[in-house]
Design a protein around this ligand. Structure first.
Ligand code: SF4
Length: 231
């Protein structure tokens, strides 16, 4: 598989905020194969994100497309794996690019943070302008991220469950969970910055589980056509 990377230099994503660059990678090939969401409604297969992630299959953009951006959200779709192993060459490229471009702050969520550490990509060697956030599904993963100096993010299904003292609910999700419509929410990642402004020592992020909208559709990864409505 080629690098498969689509880069939008100046995004207009409603949640991220104007001018935040984005990257997309294919869902499936770049994901850990044990991801529970892979065949069960992964959000990145829906709507506009789904269209971009399909396009990323046949795209091999350089991150230099985002060189002038102040912020870049890596991997709106996909992750950093290939054949179920960490794509060391790709991760090294990310690290080197951010080290060479201190003006641009990037952030990303990735599964299996232990694979990063095992390959030598510890929190100590990742440049301060690249926030690598461990997506954790289990208590062991959560503790591993904390012990190794990585910020973590997790999904919560119970809106009434108290958060740990080190955790904060994404303010965008908080408003959405209270019934606000996306277009009415004024919070953007660009003005919030909780995920990436307080390098490693900051608060860990909790997202509310969001059900797919009935209007959203799943886009088939292999053939790029609308597959069906999400219940
Ligand atoms: S916590 Fe802030 S920066 Fe992180 S995803 Fe939510 S709005 Fe964006």
């Amino acid at each position: 598989m080629a690098r498969a990377l689509k880069v939008t230099g100046r995004g207009r994503n409603r949640k991220l905020g104007d001018g935040v660059a984005t990257t997309y990678r294919p869902v499936g090939d770049t994901c850990p194969q044990d991801c529970k969401m892979l065949e069960k409604g992964c959000y990145a297969k829906r709507g506009f994100v789904g269209i971009h992630q399909i396009a990323s299959n046949d795209t091999n953009h350089s991150l230099d497309n985002a060189k002038d951006a102040r912020f870049i959200r890596h991997h709106v779709s996909g992750d950093v794996f290939i054949n179920d192993r960490l794509d060391v060459e790709y991760v090294q490229m990310l690290v080197d690019w951010h080290a060479a471009n201190p003006f641009t702050t990037g952030w990303m969520y990735t599964h299996r943070i232990q694979a990063w550490v095992d390959a030598g990509f510890t929190s100590a060697v990742i440049p301060s302008n690249l926030e690598v956030i461990a997506s954790v599904d289990t208590e062991n993963e959560r503790l591993y991220a904390l012990e190794h100096g990585f910020k973590y993010a997790r999904i919560e299904v119970d809106a009434d469950k108290p958060l740990a003292s080190n955790e904060v609910l994404c303010p965008f999700d908080k408003k959405k969970d209270k019934g606000s419509y996306t277009d009415d929410i004024k919070v953007t990642c660009r003005n919030c910055q909780l995920c990436f402004a307080d390098k490693h020592t900051g608060r860990d992020i909790v997202f509310m589980f969001q059900k797919a909208s009935k209007k959203q559709v799943v886009v088939d990864l292999t053939i790029g056509k609308v597959k069906g409505k999400v219940a």
